[in-house]
Design a binder for this molecule. Structure first.
Ligand SMILES: [Fe+2]
Length: 158
């Protein structure tokens, strides 16, 4: 999947994530929808740029390094994780913490480990049995997004 793209209607506020690209123009309320740009609103970065950390095998995303307000008139509407071919969105409500949890496997280089009893032992290039196997790690180039109802889209790359 290419990078996530979000569009919003400037009239009614409808907001969509594009999950397939057909090339046409998205319209709503009779006008083309506007593609959201991240981190361009003049607002406090520390309250909007999402901050991610791993905790007990989960990715915890908070908005931001100083907690964003979660009042009805000003709050983080959703937080999203884009990880390779996966886009997961968690919707929030006023009164919630500006925080979301995701299952996430951080990107790392493939690792070489000793073969276990369930691994197939195959000859190496010299024809000798190889007791190492490669494990492929999941995930790459993950991005976390946050959307403020007043200050728009924000993102951070992991
Ligand atoms: Fe805000």
């Amino acid at each position: 999947m290419k990078s996530a793209v979000f569009y919003q209607c400037k009239h009614c506020g409808n907001l969509v994530a594009l999950i397939g690209t057909g090339g046409g123009t998205l319209t709503c309320c009779g006008d083309p929808m506007v593609q959201l740009q991240a981190n361009v609103t003049d607002a406090a970065q520390e309250k909007h740029v999402p901050v991610a950390r791993m905790e007990n095998g989960r990715l915890i995303v908070e908005v931001g390094s100083v907690a964003h307000p979660m009042a009805a008139e000003h709050y983080i509407e959703w937080i999203a994780l884009e990880d390779g071919d996966r886009l997961e969105i968690v919707k929030l409500n006023p009164g919630d913490k500006p925080c979301a949890e995701f299952v996430y496997h951080p990107a790392e280089a493939n690792e070489e480990i000793f073969a276990g009893e369930n691994d197939e032992i195959v000859p190496n290039c010299e024809g000798n049995p190889c007791n190492f196997v490669y494990r492929e790690k999941v995930g790459s180039h993950a991005v976390v997004y946050a959307y403020c109802n007043l200050h728009g889209l924000w993102k951070a790359e992991l």
